[in-house]
Design a protein around this ligand. Structure first.
Ligand SMILES: Nc1ncnc2c1ncn2[C@@H]1O[C@H](COP(=O)(O)OP(=O)(O)OP(=O)(O)O)[C@@H](O)[C@H]1O
Ligand SMILES: [Mg+2]
Length: 306
């Protein structure tokens, strides 16, 4: 079964490695395949609206392209919406969320904000309209490494600590969805550099403790191989490198930079493949003055098929 066929795709990784970019590319690919796709974000600052020539995406679902919509929620909105949507009736909502005993329990759960965000994502996986399923796939652009692990841990904490009731019933459903590889896939994004590789391995281990094994690692921003070792062009670079006068010196310096950057990527790709059993795929670094829909679709077309 391909990643794109899952109901929920969790995109995880260290801060700044390209989670939002890759999550958007995955969502674009799901949509291109005809799946009704929701890109689910919890980012303070939205970048995705700009990719699609729109204003920042907020807490309302907006359409971006055929089959592709996005939403960018926050804990306060999610708690209110999730509480109302999941519990369906205001009276039940008030019984659960306004109940003095429950409130005390809720305050005692450190991850309630995170749970509300996760619960809202889960809600969208179950959302129906006139008896028809609204979304085929939810792509969750998750918070950075450690935060996403603590977020993914909350459902089990609730099941283990909160007395049986609507909250535990839903938390159990969320925990089951997360642990079900037929419905949920995790994609781990990283860079082929020292710290990101170390963090990716650590994140893989922490997710494993929660029973979540990423289906795929995507190494983002790989430099192009313009000077393959031993190739004629690499020999030209070596020949002109001792040049000290412009324009050859500048060309040589630029070529050396590009070659060394690629060698660094190659080294850490090897290291990553040595340290993990998960499939590793690469996405290139794109040099665009403005990163937009064209770049997203270019990356989407290069996503690994599995
Ligand atoms: N393949 C790529 N080629 C070129 N630039 C890229 C690529 N992927 C991401 N970027 C750039 O890297 C920066 C970080 O990307 P992005 O916002 O997707 O990362 P993130 O992991 O979501 O970051 P944050 O932790 O802040 O949420 C952005 O400026 C983005 O345009
Ligand atoms: Mg992001």
């Amino acid at each position: 079964m391909e990643i794109f066929d899952r109901r929920l795709i969790l995109v995880v990784g260290k801060g700044g490695v390209g989670r939002t970019t890759v999550a958007t590319a995955i969502a674009a690919e799901c949509a291109r395949r005809g799946r009704k796709t929701l890109l689910f974000q919890t980012n303070a600052a939205d970048r995705v609206g700009r990719f699609y020539d729109q204003g920042p995406i907020g807490t309302e679902v907006v359409g971006l392209a055929p089959n592709l919509s996005a939403v960018n929620t926050n804990p306060a909105a999610a708690i209110a919406e999730y509480g109302l949507m999941i519990l369906r009736f205001r009276t039940v909502y008030e019984m659960v969320f306004e109940n003095r005993v429950t409130k005390t329990f809720l305050r005692a759960i450190p991850g309630l904000d995170d749970y509300a965000l996760l619960g809202k994502a889960w809600f969208h996986t179950t959302e129906t309209h006139r008896g028809k399923q609204v979304w085929d796939t939810i792509v969750f652009d998750m918070p950075a490494s450690g935060h996403s692990v603590s977020m993914l841990r909350v459902p089990k904490v609730i099941v283990d600590t909160v007395p049986e009731g609507p909250l535990t019933r839903d938390a159990r459903s969320v925990a089951q969805l997360l642990a079900d590889p037929d419905r949920t896939a995790a994609v781990l994004v990283t860079l082929a550099e020292e710290m990101p590789v170390n963090e990716a391995i650590e994140l893989e281990a922490k997710l494993g403790e929660l029973g979540i094994v990423p289906q795929q690692i995507i190494v983002n921003q790989i430099y192009p191989e313009h000077f393959p070792p031993g190739s004629p062009v690499a020999r030209v670079l070596e020949t002109i490198t001792p040049a000290t006068t412009a324009p050859l010196a500048a060309l040589a310096a630029h070529g050396t930079l590009s070659r060394d950057r690629r060698m660094l990527n190659a080294h850490y790709l090897l290291e990553l493949r040595r340290r993990t059993k998960i499939k590793v795929a690469e996405l290139p670094i794109l040099f665009a003055s403005v990163f937009g829909r064209a770049q997203i679709e270019q990356l989407a077309a290069m996503l690994p098929k599995l």
